[in-house]
Design a protein around this ligand. Structure first.
Ligand SMILES: Cc1cc2nc3c(=O)[nH]c(=O)nc-3n(C[C@H](O)[C@H](O)[C@H](O)COP(=O)(O)O)c2cc1C
Length: 216
């Protein structure tokens, strides 16, 4: 494969938020996950897990949990200026309930030797600052980012449409209870998947010069 073909694959992927009712074979989802697990992962630990949910009761329970938090937050809006966008968000953020399948991605605990030393020495101000930076650039969350990014491309190649959603993590504890995620893991992303029933235009990207600083 050359860089043009790779670029075309990347450019053809779109976030899909509308799906046909056609069920998605589990074997296809397993194949996509198998390919995506070749993504880079911190410490070679692959501390993520995919919960593939096609059970309608569970999908609807997740929807209700997310909508409940959305409605609560929307109720806090005091600014007339924000009202329209808040109402639009309130109405649209639950579109994932119509997907034939959801992939909820969780991350498990990952502690390297530096993390262990930090955890044992949080009464040291310098360690606290080091730890703040470490949390900000969290390896466990970045590992999931690489995995999800690969997964979306794999799903696309298989003819499926999906969207990476972090919004539903607002209802993290309720969703974890519905899925049965244990206390050692954190729910960090929701990916509704199905056969696409829309072909949205590509949102523009920045000129590459804006994204690079060469230090020569
Ligand atoms: C970390 C992350 C979180 C996202 N969360 C949501 C979300 O909660 N809801 C949603 O509809 N889209 C979400 N998206 C999808 C973006 O809106 C989408 O990728 C962006 O608009 C670019 O469109 P494209 O994916 O079609 O290129 C998320 C994307 C990323 C990378």
């Amino acid at each position: 494969m050359d860089i043009v073909s790779l670029g075309n694959l990347f450019k053809a992927r779109r976030s899909i938020r509308k799906w046909k009712d056609t069920p998605v074979p589990e074997s296809l989802l397993a194949k996509a996950i198998e390919v995506a697990e070749w993504s880079p992962n911190s410490g070679g630990k692959q501390t993520y897990h995919c919960y593939v949910i096609s059970n309608r009761d569970k999908i609807e329970a997740i929807y209700r949990a997310v909508q409940d938090v959305t409605d609560y937050l929307a109720g806090l809006c005091k600014s007339a200026e924000d009202r329209t966008s808040v109402e639009r968000w309130q109405k649209n953020s639950g579109f994932f309930v119509k997907a034939p399948v959801l992939i909820a991605v969780s991350v498990g605990v990952y502690q390297n030797v530096s993390d262990k030393l930090q955890a044992e020495n949080m009464d040291d101000a310098r360690v606290c600052e080091i730890n703040r930076c470490r949390q900000l650039a969290s390896s466990r969350v970045q590992t999931v980012g690489a995995f999800v990014s690969h997964l979306l491309l794999a799903l696309q190649v298989l003819g499926l449409g999906a969207v990476w959603m972090v919004g539903p993590t607002q209802a993290k504890s309720a969703v974890e209870k519905i899925i049965g995620i244990n206390e050692q893991e954190d729910f960090v992303a929701l990916i509704p998947v199905g056969y696409p029933d829309e072909s949205p235009a590509a949102p523009p990207r920045k000129p590459v010069e804006e994204l690079i600083t060469f230090l020569r």
